[in-house]
Design a protein around this ligand. Structure first.
Ligand code: CA
Length: 227
C-alpha cells in the first residue's frame, strides 16, 4: 500500500534526476566544444567599402580585424599575428586586410578612431603608418591610463611626411569622418562583435584570433573555394 502510494513520487524524482543528468551532460559537451572550435559562420561577410584596406583590391580572400586602439590584445595581435599574415598572404596577393574600429574603451577609443579615419581621408597611403604608430604608443602596462590625447595624435601625425595638421584637426570634426566611425559601429553590431580583436576570414569569425594556424586553415579553404 505504502509502496504503491510512493511510486508516482519516486518516478517523478527519477525523471527529474535523469533530466538534470542529461542537461548537465549537454552543458559539459558545449563547454568542451567552445574549448576547441566555435568559429562563427555568417551568411555574409563585412562590407569593406570605405575601409582602410591593405593589399591587392582583387585579392580573393578578405580578412577583417575589428580592433580598438585602446585594447592591449589588439596591440599584441598587431605585433605578433598581423606581420605573419601580411608576409604570407597579403604581400602574395591572396588576402586583402581591412581594419574596422571598435569603441569598447569609450572616449579614447573614439578619439583614436576619428583621428585614424581623418588620416585615411587626407592621405590613404599613410593610414597604416599612423595605425601602427598609434598602437606603438599604447603603454605596455597601465593601458587604462589616459594616453590617446589630441597632443599624442598630433605628434604621431607630425612624424608622417605630407600630413597637414590643421587639415587633420578640421577633418576630425567633419561629417564624413564621423560617418565612417558610425559605419564601423554598425558593422560591430551587425557581426555581433563581443571582443577585440575579432578577426573574420571572409564570412567566418574566429573564436580565437591568436590561433594563426586556424587563420591559415580558413584562408586556404577560402582560396581553394575561390579557384
Ligand atoms: Ca572605418
Amino acid at each position: 500500500m505504502t509502496k504503491k502510494k510512493n511510486s508516482p513520487f519516486k518516478f517523478a524524482v527519477i525523471i527529474t534526476l535523469l533530466l538534470f543528468a542529461v542537461l548537465t551532460a549537454l552543458v559539459i559537451v558545449n563547454d568542451k566544444k567552445s574549448e576547441t572550435n566555435t568559429d562563427t559562420s555568417f551568411e555574409t561577410q563585412p562590407s569593406i567599402e570605405g575601409q582602410p584596406t591593405l593589399g591587392e583590391t582583387d585579392a580573393p580572400v578578405t580578412v577583417v580585424e575589428f580592433g580598438d586602439f585602446k585594447c592591449p590584445a589588439c596591440k599584441a595581435w598587431g605585433e605578433t599575428i598581423f606581420p605573419q599574415l601580411v608576409e604570407e598572404f597579403v604581400n602574395t596577393g591572396k588576402v586583402k586586410f581591412s581594419y574596422v574600429n571598435v569603441l569598447f574603451h569609450g572616449d579614447e577609443s573614439k578619439l583614436g578612431s576619428v583621428a585614424a579615419e581623418a588620416i585615411y581621408k587626407q592621405k590613404p597611403d599613410s593610414y597604416w603608418e599612423f595605425h601602427k604608430n598609434l598602437f606603438k604608443e599604447q603603454p605596455e602596462t597601465d593601458h587604462d591610463s589616459l594616453w590617446i590625447t589630441m597632443d599624442k595624435i598630433k605628434n604621431i601625425a607630425a612624424s608622417i611626411p605630407g600630413i597637414d595638421l590643421e587639415k587633420l584637426e578640421d577633418e576630425m570634426q567633419s561629417q564624413s569622418v564621423i560617418n565612417n566611425v558610425n559605419k564601423d559601429e554598425m558593422l560591430v553590431s551587425e557581426f555581433k562583435v563581443q571582443q577585440t580583436p575579432s578577426i573574420m576570414v571572409n564570412g567566418t569569425m574566429l573564436s580565437n584570433p591568436f590561433d594563426y594556424e586556424q587563420i591559415k586553415i580558413l584562408i586556404n579553404k577560402e582560396l581553394e573555394d575561390s579557384e
